[in-house]
Design a protein around this ligand. Structure first.
Ligand SMILES: Cc1cc2nc3c(=O)[nH]c(=O)nc-3n(C[C@H](O)[C@H](O)[C@H](O)COP(=O)(O)O)c2cc1C
Length: 364
């Protein structure tokens, strides 16, 4: 056991209560959104409530659900991905939310539209900004302004359902190469109208989604926006080459009513731009003044808790306490280790399993 083990002061700030975007949270640890396909017909199965409750019982301050489809045909045809629609899905979400609240946790719904990454369906082209595909994907339908208006209403309806069901916040998924990110990315957005061109214009539709969602919710209701540089199928892709370009995009989100930003990157310790050690969440916070969430390879192996260095708990907490970002999201390590936070805090390394790809098959 070395001086940087979890039970040492380095871990403590992660487990302190905090108020984030107006939400009181029991810790600064977030469960990152992860698609799990346990919602036949778009309705979360009973196991979903147990799955999230278990994480809330174990020190996770804020749970962000897996991507939940907005109620529009173009969002996805995947039958096992949950939906944010009135009726059975809403009823089931209420049970999920009650379980998390009973355990002292908070839960945000991630609103999702897959854009061109929707699985191909005969005769139904994917909705995209310009019909331009991501590399190796079939060409899609270039959305008209009428389509844009239709989707804004779909997002607004999803926000209404989420708030009515009792979610503490919503997160708008504008990352990883899905529809809203396809608008942000110059490769897929070749539009000549008001929704294409400069970074601010490319942010026009995603920001309109933020505005549409915000318009359905009380002024103090938290609306988080998740964004990334990388795409699921293009790790080197970028929506902004400079902090100034990123500022144009994120300012559009802030002006539209975003309360917080969730900056998705693959490794939290990597600088977002040359010339500064700030990571993407650090830049998001600096450029907008909004609170931010970082994510990316936190705790994947037990070495994270043992070794001092930028990619370990001490490096992470140094950034957190330095104010670079406000919350820390964990994804893959929570699949097999719902109790990661409490085990890590108590120094019970033997109770933690290092992440393996096969953990994605687990569901408990
Ligand atoms: C199985 C799986 C499903 C995921 N599904 C989503 C999703 O629905 N929405 C999303 O924004 N990110 C999704 N992600 C990305 C995670 O939220 C997270 O950003 C990523 O796993 C990196 O964090 P980690 O290194 O802690 O795992 C998914 C990741 C995994 C492993």
């Amino acid at each position: 056991m070395t001086a940087t083990l979890a039970t040492d002061p380095p871990m403590a700030p992660l487990l302190e209560p905090v108020t984030f975007a107006g939400m009181p949270l029991v810790s600064r640890i977030v469960m990152a959104p992860m698609t799990r396909n346990h919602a036949p017909g778009g309705v979360p199965a009973p196991a979903v409530a147990n799955y999230y409750r278990r994480r809330a019982e174990n020190g996770i301050g804020l749970i962000i659900t897996e991507g939940v489809l907005v109620g529009h045909l173009s969002a996805s045809h995947e039958d096992t991905v949950p939906r944010m629609t009135a009726g059975p899905a809403e009823v089931s979400w209420r049970r999920v939310i009650d379980g998390v609240h009973d355990a002292g946790g908070r839960i945000a719904a991630q609103l999702w539209h897959l854009g061109s990454l929707r699985e191909p369906v005969d005769g139904l082209p994917a909705w995209t900004p310009s019909g331009v595909h991501e590399p190796r994907r079939p060409a899609g339908h270039a959305m008209t302004v009428a389509d844009i208006d239709e989707l804004l209403e779909a997002y607004a309806e999803a926000a209404r359902v989420a708030a009515r069901a009792g979610f503490d916040a919503v997160e708008i998924h504008a990352a990883h190469g899905y529809l809203l990110d396809e608008f942000l990315w110059p490769y897929t957005n070749r539009r000549a109208d008001a929704f294409g061109g400069s970074p601010a214009r490319r942010a026009g539709f995603p920001a309109a989604v933020v505005r549409a969602v915000r318009s359905q919710l009380p002024a103090d209701y938290p609306v988080i926006v998740r964004f990334s540089q990388f795409k699921e199928r293009a790790f080197d892709a970028r929506i902004a080459d400079t902090p100034a370009e990123l500022a144009e995009i994120l300012t559009a989100f802030a002006d539209a009513g975003a309360s917080a930003l969730h900056a998705s990157q693959r490794r939290f310790w990597e600088p977002a731009f040359a010339g500064s050690p700030l990571n993407l969440a650090g830049w998001a916070k600096r450029l907008t003044g909004l609170p931010s969430i970082t994510v990316g390879s936190v705790g994947l192996t037990r070495d994270f808790l043992r070794v001092g260095g930028p990619e370990t708990v001490s490096g992470l907490v140094e950034r957190l306490t330095g104010g670079e970002f406000d919350l820390v999201a964990l994804g893959r390590i929570l699949l097999a280790n719902p109790g990661w936070a409490t085990h890590a805090a108590a120094g019970r390394l033997e109770a933690i399993a290092d992440y393996r790809k096969s953990h994605e098959e687990l569901y408990y």
